[in-house]
Design a protein around this ligand. Structure first.
Ligand code: FAD
Length: 346
């Protein structure tokens, strides 16, 4: 039995790369702050202009903000606002913070946009397959358990209200899982926090969710790599250049277990109640907001190579698909993604 749960600074597909300059480099002003959050790592690369400084207590402010998001949105913390909502048996409106409402509302929007491929209530299935907060089981559940658990899943059973902020479940045992978009939300909040300091050239990430603005320490556009989707390897498939955008990749090759030669990943198809079939190795999405890129990449990964690509095309999304073929991988991307691809090296 083989398993993989890779929790490095950028655990999915994206590695931040600094472009090497052709001329002798000027001193690089980049300030780097890094640490742990949300079961993975955060990383900030801040490029102050002359005269700007990063305050000594900035890292403390970053970590306080991330701790606050965890207290609101983590299903890994039994005392978080989300865990308390999930345990609450009431089917009346339950008051929640505006921040939790905002992320849940985005999750519902993506659930609708993807016709339920993405489902913000999929958590019980994620947990059944052993990819949630409980210790990993690495065992395929019984068909009966899958059918029973699937009955609890359905984003249409959850309503969100803005004024005053509240959520309402149709079933007492509905369970909301924000793991597919709250890291992205955290990245958007980190970017906003950086901008309060006046620094407008930065790259911030949590796990594989990345948001960048301006240029890197050598005055070049931020460049990141889409990794080759091979477990245990870190090789570059394609370089993408982007500024003022967010990038997210969803894949099935870092967080999975294998049983009888079959790979079972943490991305679940809510319709079947099972991990997605191995037709796609990864999907990378570029968007204005990291929360949107994060959720959309998972949605397209579940929707699959055909429906997912159609969805991306219809909605003019910048999306890059890595399809699994008998002889390797095949790239497919929407016209909106093309401008971000760096020219291939000869
Ligand atoms: P993504 O592709 O971005 O998301 C995949 C995840 O989304 C799955 O793991 C599942 O939870 C969910 N999902 C699966 N299928 C669907 C679907 N069809 N629709 C919608 N969602 C789906 N991990 C820890 O080990 N310890 C922690 O303390 C911890 N704390 C966290 C706190 C927060 C606030 C968040 C957001 C996550 C936390 N995690 C923690 C989770 C960990 O970081 C996850 O592995 C991660 O969020 C999954 O992201 P990804 O980028 O690997 O995959």
């Amino acid at each position: 039995m083989l398993s993989s749960r890779f929790l490095s600074p950028l655990p999915l597909l994206l590695i931040a790369l600094l472009l090497s300059a052709c001329e002798p480099p000027a001193p690089d002003p980049t300030v780097r702050l890094a640490g742990s959050t949300m079961g993975t790592s955060y990383d900030l690369k801040l490029v102050p202009t002359p005269g700007q400084t990063v305050a000594a207590d900035f890292k403390t402010r970053v970590e306080a903000m991330l701790a606050g998001i965890n207290r609101q949105m983590s299903t890994y913390d039994p005392n978080s606002e989300l865990s308390r909502f999930n345990r609450n048996p009431s089917t009346d409106w339950i008051a929640v913070s505006p921040e939790l409402l905002q992320v849940v509302a985005e999750g519902l929007r993506t659930s609708e946009l993807s016709n339920g491929a993405f489902d913000i209530t999929v958590g019980p299935l994620v947990n059944l397959w052993g990819f949630g907060p409980e210790p990993r089981r690495e065992q395929v559940p019984t068909d009966e358990a899958i059918v029973q658990t699937r009955e609890r899943v359905g984003y249409w059973r959850l309503q969100a209200r803005e004024q005053p902020p509240a959520l309402k479940k149709e079933r007492a045992d509905l369970y909301v899982d924000l793991s597919a978009l709250a890291k992205g939300y955290g990245v958007d909040q980190l970017a906003a926090l950086v901008e309060t300091t006046g620094i407008m050239n930065y790259l911030v990430s949590i796990g594989g969710e990345i948001r960048a603005r301006g240029h890197n320490g050598q005055g070049q556009p931020w460049t990141i790599a889409i990794e080759k989707p091979v477990p245990g390897q870190r090789a570059v498939e394609r370089l993408i250049r982007f500024g003022d955008r967010s990038v997210s990749t969803s894949g099935d090759y870092r967080n999975f277990f294998e049983q009888n030669g079959q790979r079972y990943s943490h991305v679940i198809n809510p319709r079947t109640g099972r991990p997605v079939l191995q037709t796609l190795a990864s999907v990378t999405v570029i968007s204005d907001r990291s929360m949107v890129a994060d959720a959309t990449a998972t949605a397209l990964m579940v929707a699959g190579p055909e429906q997912g690509f159609q969805l991306a095309s219809e909605h003019h999304l910048a999306a890059f698909f890595m399809l699994i073929k008998p002889d390797g991988f095949q790239e497919r991307y929407t016209p909106e993604f093309e401008p971000y691809l760096a020219p291939e090296q000869p």
